[in-house]
Write a protein that binds this ligand. Structure first.
Ligand code: BES
Ligand code: ZN
Ligand code: ZN
Length: 499
């Protein structure tokens, strides 16, 4: 997207100009100028509610030649003090959907009309470009393309009295956050016959090339040599080779205070011999949502180059059934030497993550954040709009929480208890079992990963509910949400290691 910034919006020849409308006693700024051109007409229309100042309400007005801009698109913002940053971004999302439907290629944005006591020019610029990029996303899919040329918005003329260079960079940051989320959405929306572990590894290699990351892709033989028996067990029934994908970004002089981002990359989860019911299996192409979030975050990191060290680790395979597949009652040995009794082959994510966490530590991770579509249990507990978290380190969790607030992605901390650790460790034949029961099973899944994290500061994020949206919202369509990409991006950008 091209953004051009200028100081004289009224003179622009544009199809549509976007203007913010707060609930105020009288019109001010740009709105006042327009009101004067319309001989007080705007004030009248606000009174009659033909132009709405209510939060997130969009109204449109044809200027009938009175302004150079053909139409004005009013974005209702409510009272200044009541508007949150999330709502501002959502208001821009809604306005952008409307703009997209107008099929114009250039639009104007009257940036200063959105500025308030609470939000600076730069806040507004960030909210606009992020909201715009997120809300206008669509997955192209695999249908025959229509011959009609598509009109998309290519240029936004931003008018503001603020500093042009600073505004440009705030717009760019919002766009990067939005684009990276959309990349993750694309991966999650792809079916598993098109996104295999091998193609995910190739995608990671492309990122590495684009951003100069160090990359390592382990194949099956290398995993065998390293003793990654947990990931290999999940892959056993498949004809698709597994991959352990590693990307490294070094933003500091030395490799210390390393953040490990670990994402579950199960490209399809049949459940294995503990097979899923026919309704539960549909949609399991999205079981690599955690991997997609981590790759999206790496895109933000590659674009913005923060002064941090990051290692991304993604264990990837599908979970299939065949004569070779692993079975309930099997005992497997993970990379760190702990043995695991398999009680449920559908609890495969924690197995893949066990070896990935061990490997992240092997690569020097001092802090670990894992992201995974791990359990149906988290959906029962928190619904489809909250990510469930667990942690062994409050200091680290506070930073994740703070970043999730910035991103507008809801996280709720679940308990990590000694009792649940004991349940995970209960087995007659092995050190651990992979499925202690249905009661509170989201917690067992997290606790199981904790056994491999050991004393490393760690936050676990279960996105089974939040990675896919059942219906469209202001910031995107139904389908993959790309949840946690922006939280992780903000976290890495602002992370303060422990003293
Ligand atoms: N991939 C699923 C979790 C999931 C469920 C993700 C629904 C997205 C939507 C995971 O591998 C799984 O099957 N978990 C089991 C665990 C159980 C066997 C202890 C579950 O949640 O039922
Ligand atoms: Zn499963
Ligand atoms: Zn799964």
């Amino acid at each position: 997207m091209k953004f051009s910034i200028n100081h004289k919006s009224l003179e622009e020849n544009l199809e549509v100009m976007v203007v913010g409308v707060y609930h105020r006693n009288e019109v001010q700024g740009y709105l006042k100028e327009v009101d004067e051109k319309f001989d007080g007409g705007i004030t009248e229309l606000l009174k009659s509610k033909d132009i709405s100042f209510h939060k997130k309400q969009i109204s449109m007005l044809h200027t009938l030649g009175k302004l150079n801009a053909k139409r004005l698109l009013f974005v209702g913002l409510g009272r200044e003090r009541d508007l949150t940053f999330d709502e501002l971004r959502e208001a821009f999302g809604r306005a952008s959907k409307k703009l997209k439907s107008l099929k114009v290629s250039q639009v104007g944005l009257e940036l200063d009309s959105f500025v308030s006591e609470k939000f600076t020019t730069l806040d507004v610029a960030h909210a606009f470009s992020e909201g715009f990029t997120l809300s206008t996303y669509q997955f192209d899919g695999y249908k025959e393309k229509s011959n009609e040329p598509e009109v998309t918005i290519e240029e936004v003329h931003v008018s503001s009295s603020g500093d042009s260079a600073e505004i440009q960079s705030a717009l760019k940051v919002g766009e990067v956050y939005g684009q990276a989320t959309n990349s993750a959405r694309n991966l999650v929306n792809m079916p598993s016959n098109m996104l295999t572990a091998t193609s995910m590894a190739n995608y990671a290699l492309e990122l590495a090339k684009r951003y100069d990351f160090e990359a390592e892709i382990l194949d099956k033989e290398q995993m065998e040599e390293l003793g990654m028996g947990a990931l290999l067990a999940v892959n056993q029934g498949s004809t698709e080779p597994p991959k352990m994908i590693v990307l490294k970004y070094q933003g500091k002089d030395d490799w210390h205070d390393v953040i490990g981002l670990v994402g579950k990359g199960i490209t399809f989860d049949t459940g294995g011999y503990s097979i899923k019911p026919k309704d539960g299996i549909v949609g399991m192409k999205t079981d690599m949502g955690g991997a997609a979030s981590v790759l999206g975050a790496m895109e933000i990191i590659g674009e913005l180059k923060p002064e941090q060290n990051v290692v991304a680790v993604i264990p990837s395979t599908d979970n299939m059934i065949s004569g070779h597949a692993f079975k309930p009652d099997d005992v497997i040995t993970s990379m760190n030497g702990k043995t695991i009794e398999i009680l449920n082959t559908d609890a495969e994510g924690r197995l893949a993550l066990a070896d990935a966490v061990t490997y992240a530590k092997h690569h020097g991770a001092n802090y670990i954040i894992d992201v995974a579509t791990l359990t149906g249990g988290v959906i029962v507990a928190l619904g489809y709009d909250k990510t469930g978290a667990m942690t062994n380190d409050e200091y680290l969790f506070e930073q994740i929480l703070e970043s999730s607030h910035e991103a507008g992605e809801f996280i709720w901390l679940l308990p990590y208890t000694e009792g649940d650790k004991r349940r995970v460790r209960k087995s007659k034949v092995a050190d651990l079992n992979n499925s202690p029961g249905r009661d509170g099973h989201a917690l067992f899944a997290g606790a199981f990963i904790g056994e491999f994290v050991e004393s490393t500061p760690w936050v676990h994020l279960d996105i089974a509910g939040t990675s896919v949206a059942k219906s469209p919202n202001d910031l995107g369509p139904d389908g993959a949400t790309g949840v946690m990409v922006r939280t992780l991006g903000a976290f890495v950008e602002t992370f303060q290691p422990k003293e």
